[in-house]
Ligand binder design. Structure first.
Ligand SMILES: Cc1cc2nc3c(=O)[nH]c(=O)nc-3n(C[C@H](O)[C@H](O)[C@H](O)COP(=O)(O)O)c2cc1C
Length: 289
């Protein structure tokens, strides 16, 4: 057995040990709003339910590991003490991951991740329409746990209203766990799909991904590409240059001459296959051809 004393470790090393050992963790997809009414959406896996009476959820936006500053979510909650906590299922996992990109303050991550803002009934922040369960909450207390980089801030939230998609409800209004298809976060780039186990999503770019809002409209409005496909495509820093697209298509045409006559739908289906193998650049080149 190897033993460690926390104070002998750097925060990144300690962070890795804690987050790999306490896993998988559920993900609060937290929607907040700034004092200037700018929407914000970010995931937090320091999250759980702590009470049913009153109904209490707690999550923790830490001070940034780089410079100890507060994340936008924390700033927003300090200004407007309301939050919608959306749960994350497998069909929005790539969009959720993209939304964790450190976009500049004031950026609307709903637009960046291509998720739909749905007005709430009791609070100002928007719900994520695609999330299967959405908790409208008021924030009862924010409890800082320290002052340095990586220090957590417990955000103690009381649930005011719960919205559940009918597709995940049984006839007796219990939740169908299989249909819910939750994902959770483990160490490093690992996630866990409750039904089928671990999978990986590379961390979003530290240089900012272009976002779904910057994608050509035939791609973002595709009837073939899923939200996860869009989330993967939007996590590139720039679109491939025309030369790279042309040379990719020339090579491909030699192997598959039918590519020259492919319809938009056929191209989208082929791009989806590239994405399923993690070949994002090839998918982009095909889509832009
Ligand atoms: C799945 C996932 C879980 C995360 N959990 C946390 C967390 O519990 N606490 C935290 O401070 N950051 C967490 N992050 C990182 C934040 O989402 C990220 O710093 C984000 O940019 C914060 O956005 P904001 O500045 O708009 O609040 C997580 C990221 C991902 C992808």
């Amino acid at each position: 057995m190897t033993s460690f004393i926390p104070k002998d470790l750097t925060t990144p090393v300690l962070h890795h040990l804690l987050l790999s050992a306490v896993a998988p963790r559920p993900i609060a997809f937290a929607s907040t709003i700034s004092a200037k009414a700018e929407p914000n959406l970010s995931p937090f896996s320091f999250f759980n339910v702590f009470s049913a009476n009153p109904p209490i959820l707690v999550f923790s936006p830490a001070l940034r590991g780089t410079d100890g500053t507060k994340k936008d979510t924390l700033h927003n909650i300090e200004a407007v003490n309301e939050v919608v906590i959306n749960v994350v299922n497998h069909s929005i996992v790539h969009q959720m991951s993209l939304s964790s990109t450190a976009y500049p303050k004031g950026t609307n991550e709903f637009d960046k991740s291509g998720l739909t803002m749905l007005a709430s009934d009791t609070v100002k922040p928007f719900r994520v329409a695609e999330a299967p369960v959405q908790f409208e909450c008021k924030v009862n207390e924010i409890k800082p746990l320290g002052t340095g980089p990586g220090a957590g801030n417990l955000v103690i939230c009381e649930v005011l209203k719960i919205h559940i998609h009918n597709a995940v409800l049984n006839k007796d209004n219990t939740i169908n766990q299989d249909a819910l298809d939750l994902v959770s976060r483990a160490g490093g780039s690992y996630y866990n799909r409750a039904k089928s186990g671990f999978f990986e999503i590379p961390k979003p770019l530290s240089r900012l991904g272009i976002g779904v809002d910057a994608m050509p409209s035939h791609i973002k409005n595709s009837t073939v590409l899923t939200g996860n496909d869009l989330g993967m495509l939007a996590n590139v820093e720039a679109l491939p240059h025309k030369d790279a697209v042309d040379s990719f298509i020339n090579d491909l045409s030699k192997r598959c001459p039918e590519v020259a006559k492919a319809s938009l739908t056929e191209k989208h289906k082929a791009a989806q296959k590239y994405l399923s193998r993690g070949e994002v650049q090839s998918a982009w080149k095909l889509l832009l051809s």
